[in-house]
Ligand binder design. Structure first.
Ligand code: HEC
Length: 125
């Protein structure tokens, strides 16, 4: 009986140590090992709502193709820190690092879509 008791204690210890090692590894890889994803890679998570290239297919989802990168980066950070509130976008950006937000903003800024009419140019016509 005593032997069985010791066996149980030992196996609990083994399981506990093994799982703490495992979680430490997972922890490290999410910080050091995993390089920031490229803009195109991150954008795969956005396709369902914002369309393949940021030209959303329905008005429920804003068009972000051709939007200014600095505007998008600011917006994504605002969803992340809660300054701009939207449950969907908050959930999306929660998993992105700042570098990944920068990359995906640059990716959508480079797509053809939104364009801003420059008033100065207009007046020259
Ligand atoms: C499940 C649908 C969904 C997904 C997936 C999604 N978005 Fe959005 N996105 C929305 C909605 C809805 C809004 C408008 C939210 C609001 O009113 O603030 C929005 C707003 C935005 C805006 C602000 C646009 C503006 O004109 O102010 C940006 C930028 C943006 N999303 C980028 C992304 C990026 C980058 C991804 C992928 C990493 C992504 N979204 C994934 C639904 C989605």
């Amino acid at each position: 009986m005593k032997k069985l008791f010791i066996n149980i204690i030992v196996s609990i210890f083994v399981v506990a140590t093994a799982s703490s090692f495992a979680s430490e590894e997972a922890h490290e890889s999410s910080h050091d090992a995993a390089p920031a994803k490229s803009g195109a890679e991150v954008a795969k998570q956005c396709v369902a709502c914002h369309g393949e290239d940021g030209n959303s297919l329905t008005p429920n989802f804003p068009r972000i193709a051709g939007q200014h990168a600095d505007y998008m980066l600011h917006t994504l950070k605002s969803y992340k820190n809660g300054d701009r509130k939207n449950a969907i976008m908050a959930g999306i950006v929660a998993a992105l690092s700042e570098e990944e937000m920068k990359n995906v903003a640059a990716f959508y800024a480079g797509q053809t879509g939104l364009s801003v009419v420059n008033i100065d140019d207009e007046s020259k016509h």
